[in-house]
Design a protein around this ligand. Structure first.
Ligand SMILES: [Zn+2]
Length: 121
């Protein structure tokens, strides 16, 4: 039987940080640890084209005149019908009057099987 994985979107748990990640990931996007693979998967992951579909970055700080505030950073994913398929609080904390935080959201896209996506030029 051919055991080559043909399922797109298959996930597994990162052994280092316990985040749910793509089975095809060579490096955990959460903790940046390299992950062990069998030889075939390793070859596939090396030839896997990757591009960044989205990257948004922003800084926030306390409103003027406020001594301290609390914040929560929430990421949600909706499908093309507007239904929420994932929602996660990725971090909470507090800021004093002089502190700020920068939040970066990035989406990396893979094409399993090594098919390079067409780029608009
Ligand atoms: Zn990890």
């Amino acid at each position: 039987m051919n055991s080559r994985v043909g399922v797109t979107g298959k996930t597994r748990i990162c052994p280092h940080c316990k985040t749910t990640i793509l089975e095809s990931a060579r490096v955990c996007p959460g903790c940046h640890h390299h992950l062990r693979f069998d030889a075939q998967a390793n070859i596939e992951s090396r030839t896997q084209p990757t591009f960044s579909a989205l990257r948004v970055e922003g800084e926030f700080r306390n409103p003027p005149g406020v001594e301290s505030c609390e914040y929560s950073v929430v990421v949600s994913i909706r499908n093309d019908r507007g239904e929420e398929v994932a929602r996660k609080v990725v971090g909470v904390g507090a800021l004093d009057a002089r502190e700020s935080r920068t939040v970066t959201l990035s989406v990396d896209v893979f094409t399993p099987g090594g098919v390079r996506p067409r780029t608009a030029n």
